[in-house]
Design a protein around this ligand. Structure first.
Ligand code: UDP
Ligand code: MG
Length: 312
């Protein structure tokens, strides 16, 4: 008998969970036929929801013993939910799935086959279209993936979803990475292992609304870059170096001009421009330092990634 744990992070998903469970029941039916030796564990992570999410999960738990849950003391974010899920999951294989059915459970049998029959350690999904998403968000997302892959040695796949099945050994190595600033998309790449990519068309969420505002995504992308690349720090030194050389050339130029032609032209406007420009660059570089320093600060505190209030 093999156990497949399905980890579902939920934040205010009271409307979506019943749909999710209904879909999941169908998929579990498919499994019974295709892989009769698999039993399921449905692990819901209630990420400090303020609506009836926990009650809905408890109702499910009442009628289906395969349902388990962990409930956080407050909203810790999806990354914390994923971490809690992976560390609580007891299965031989673990799959991460959103509650809003944007990760179609119908793909699960093929994903399971990839890790059990085709010798992969992980089967992950990526969406090939971004249908139904605001164009500006897609544009920023594309730029982000281009940028981060330039800057980081760890490969971060464009359009990759968190929807992914993993073997026990891969899950264990991810749980071992107990860093506080978590960017799971990078962590998967970092731990390595052989991954099969399955592409599918974007699906819109079944009920409720997205928890990611444009701002939240932007901050998350900076998180991703600082967690998996130190290139911005190097950029700061390169820019500093470049301007030092430039300043040196300018000094020589001015001194020579003064000696040769005694040129007394006062250059206030250009002077002010240069001062403001260099000042701006300095602040920018200090800002980059601050980004990394704040991350280091939070890591050294060794705060728990989440706090569970109750679990079953
Ligand atoms: N989620 C979570 N904690 C949060 C935000 C989101 O656990 O702070 C869950 C959410 O309930 C859903 C999944 O993460 O199951 C994906 O969120 P959402 O659908 O809002 O993101 P999108 O699909 O729009 O990127
Ligand atoms: Mg979604």
């Amino acid at each position: 008998m093999k156990i497949l744990s399905v980890v579902v992070p939920c934040y205010n998903e009271e409307e979506a969970i019943p749909f999710f469970y209904a879909e999941m029941e169908k998929t579990m039916g498919v499994f019974e036929e295709r892989f009769p030796d698999v039993s399921f564990e449905l692990l819901f992570i209630d990420d400090g929801s303020t609506d009836r999410t926990l009650e809905v999960i408890k109702e499910l738990r009442g009628k289906d013993a395969r349902v388990h849950y962990v409930s956080f003391s407050r909203n810790f974010g999806k990354e914390a939910g994923i971490y809690a899920g992976l560390s609580h999951a007891g299965g031989d294989y673990v799959v991460l799935m959103d509650a809003d059915l944007q990760d179609p459970p119908s793909l699960l049998p093929d994903m399971y086959a990839a890790v059990t029959e085709e010798g992969y350690d992980s089967a992950a999904t990526r969406r090939v279209t971004r249908k139904g998403e605001p164009p500006i968000r897609s544009l920023f997302a594309r730029c982000f993936y281009k940028l981060i892959n330039r800057m980081s040695k760890t490969e971060i796949v464009d359009g990759a979803r968190d929807y992914r099945i993993m073997t026990r050994r891969m899950v264990d190595s991810i749980v071992e990475m107990s860093e506080y600033n978590r960017f799971t998309k990078g962590i998967y790449g970092w731990v390595g292992f052989r991954t099969k990519w399955i592409a599918y068309e974007n699906v819109e969420r079944v009920a409720g609304e997205t928890k990611w505002s444009f701002w939240k995504l932007l901050i998350y992308s900076i998180e991703g870059i600082t967690a998996f690349s130190t290139a911005p720090l190097r950029l700061a030194s390169f820019v500093g170096f470049f301007f030092t050389i430039l300043a040196f050339i300018m000094i020589v130029f001015i001194v020579v001009r003064k000696l040769v032609s005694g040129d007394p032209t006062p250059g206030w406007p250009s002077m002010v421009c240069i001062i403001v420009f260099i000042g701006g660059i300095q602040l920018f570089c200090i800002g980059i330092l601050g980004e990394y320093l704040s991350k280091t600060y939070l890591e050294t505190k060794k705060r728990p990634i989440y706090i569970a209030k109750e679990e079953e």
